[in-house]
Design a protein around this ligand. Structure first.
Ligand code: PEP
Ligand code: MG
Length: 588
């Protein structure tokens, strides 16, 4: 990470500075800074005469209509450019604009004051902020940003207020404290080339959206608001989180070189689309894809993924008020199977809970420690009807391809026995009802709870494949919340305990002749490919966007040589030791 430093600048210009944050969406951009200081809805108390109440209600309703139209326009304009998860955030804002509690509350405030529409918005905003502040759940807490944004848009549209759109941002880099997802999409449509925010996390909805839109984003860059002024020229790099303020000739030269390198790399990677994922010593490595939507399935197919190693079904359940029906689920799983043209498709049963809270009422909202609570398979078993509906849909879809069922958050043999029993019963039931079900649908377990990794031998006879969920395994093993940016490197897969456990699970699985994959984010990090290969991994499941980079790393690797160095890797005593091993391997 670059340190902040000031340097010389041509006379009359502000000096160069190097700042840094956390790269949340890759890409490099050069542009003028547009600084936006934190905005609060500060509207002074304003009462109106009782005779004016109807007029104020009318202003409010017209503003809500305009905000709805803006949201609808944005959705249309960005159609096809968004991944499903990203598009859903726009839907969430649209839903908030229809939320009866929010709207009814506003009408009530205007009437009871009687207050102006603007002041009613402020009161309502402050009231909701108190409710959200009192919540323990970080995910729900962060939904206040969405609400703030929606209320801000209504306020901007109140007749008589300034026109809401910020025009003329072409070629600009927004520097702000936080940015709401739908606002960000709009900013890109107005020509913004990158965003730098003082706060925020790489796992936020805005970050997911930025990656989806290919808009470079840097978050958690604390000094930007005090060190950057409007009109400063910036170079931002969303990969390493570096921000060069008022670049000089050498910085500009570096930037142009980086751009050229990036273009060359993309061309090179493109050539790997139809190449095998085979090491230099001729060992085939299976690269499967993680998917959450049909768009991901399409990309996985296009990049030559050998199947889907993880289809996250909970995204079907988020951002809506009712549960998806058996038919809706069936169609989704069937389309995933068809999309992969006969290659294996691994459907993970519902992994709601913890940070993935739904609005259907399935997830309890009052758990003290939701990450340790009723999530994953525990929730499915506690809601048998919901589990049956999902399993029926998967089993019906199995007639259209090679489906496998993967169970998340397994911690004991009993959970697998329960799922297996349900699958047998439902298969028989479906066949009696005249449905076609594949002769055999393999059952697998996610290894993401340390207990499952350590006691793998106690249930391995009940599964036909394993998938290691390192995102959760790391958090549970190291007692470090995966969503807490403040923990920094405390949450890291480069810990001797993580590597030892991975090695143990891979070795146990292979001894029992079971396929073992890693499907956490580390599988898609090409810098760590040699490390996973050294530990004996032969199957990776990763976001399709990273597949070609990992394929390149596989093709550059000599598996025999890496395996011979596994002992040294496992002997590393800390993160630095593991990083040294990686550096030595890269230079070998
Ligand atoms: C994991 O935990 O590594 C995983 C792949 O699942 P998720 O990120 O959906 O929890
Ligand atoms: Mg997980």
């Amino acid at each position: 990470m670059p340190r902040a430093r000031a340097g010389l600048a041509p006379t009359g210009l502000r000096p160069v500075q190097l700042l840094s944050g956390h790269g949340a969406a890759r890409g490099t951009a050069l542009g003028r800074a547009r600084v936006r200081l934190p905005h609060k809805l500060e509207v002074a108390e304003q009462r109106v005469a009782p005779t004016q109440v109807e007029a104020e209600l009318d202003r409010l309703h017209r503003a809500i209509e305009s905000a709805r139209a803006e949201m609808h326009d944005l959705r249309q304009r960005l159609q096809g450019a968004l991944e499903q998860a990203a598009g859903e955030f726009l839907d969430l804002h649209a839903l908030l604009l229809d939320d009866p509690e929010l709207l009814y509350g506003l009408d009530e405030l205007i009437r009871s004051g009687p207050y102006s529409a603007g002041y009613a918005l402020r009161l309502q905003r402050d009231r909701l902020a108190k409710v959200f502040d009192g919540m323990d759940d970080a995910y729900l807490k962060s939904r206040m940003d969405d609400l703030d944004h929606v209320i801000g848009r209504i306020h901007a549209f109140l007749p008589g207020n300034q026109p809401p759109a910020v025009k003329g941002m072409a070629g600009e880099i927004l520097v702000c404290d936080t940015v709401a997802p739908s606002e960000m999409a709009q900013l890109q449509a107005q020509g913004v080339v990158a965003i730098v925010s003082a706060a925020g996390s790489a796992l936020s909805h805005s970050a997911i959206l930025a990656r989806s839109l290919h808009l470079p984003l840097i978050v958690n860059a604390p000094h930007v608001l005090s060190r950057i002024v409007d009109g400063d020229v910036l170079i931002v790099d969303g990969s390493d989180g570096s921000i060069t303020v008022n670049p000089q000739a050498d910085n500009l030269r570096d930037y142009r070189i980086r751009l050229k390198e990036h273009a060359r790399e993309q061309r090179e990677l493109g050539r790997l689309r139809s190449k095998p994922s085979r090491t230099r010593d001729q060992v085939d490595i299976a690269l499967m894809a993680n998917a959450e939507s049909l768009e991901d399935v399409t990309q996985a197919h296009a990049f030559g993924a050998q199947g889907l190693g993880l289809y996250r079904t909970e995204f079907l359940f988020l951002q809506r008020n009712e549960l998806p029906s058996e038919d809706e689920q069936f169609q989704t799983y069937r389309d995933a199977a068809l999309g992969m043209s006969g290659r294996p498709v691994t459907i993970r049963t519902l992994d709601l809970g913890a940070d993935k809270a739904d609005r259907t009422g399935l997830v309890l909202g009052n758990e003290e420690n939701p990450a340790l609570g009723l999530r994953g398979v525990r929730l499915s078993l506690a809601r048998p009807k919901v589990a049956d509906t999902q399993l029926r849909a998967i089993l019906r879809a199995s007639a259209y391809g090679k489906l496998r069922v993967l169970v998340p958050m397994v911690s004991s043999r009993d959970e697998l026995l329960a799922v297996r029993r349900r699958m047998s019963r439902l298969t028989a039931e479906l066949r009696t009802q005249g449905h076609e079900v594949a002769e055999h649908v393999p059952l697998g377990a996610m290894i993401e709870v340390p207990a499952a990794a350590i006691a793998l031998e106690t249930f391995i006879d009940q599964v036909e494949f394993l998938s290691i969920g390192t995102n959760d395994l790391v958090q549970y093993l190291l007692a470090a919340d995966r969503n807490n940016e403040a923990l920094g490197e405390l949450y890291s897969p480069l810990h001797p305990a993580v590597l030892r456990l991975l090695s143990m699970v891979i070795e146990t699985g292979q001894r029992h002749r079971l396929p073992v994959a890693v499907c956490g984010e580390i599988a898609g990090d090409a810098r760590l490919t040699p490390l996973l290969l050294a530990l004996g991994l032969t199957e990776f499941s990763l976001h399709p966007g990273t597949l070609l980079e990992v394929r390149r790393a596989v093709r550059e690797a000599d598996l025999g040589a890496l395996r011979a160095r596994a002992g040294k890797l496992l002997a590393a005593r800390d993160r630095r030791g593991i990083e040294r091993w990686l550096a030595l391997t890269a230079n070998a």
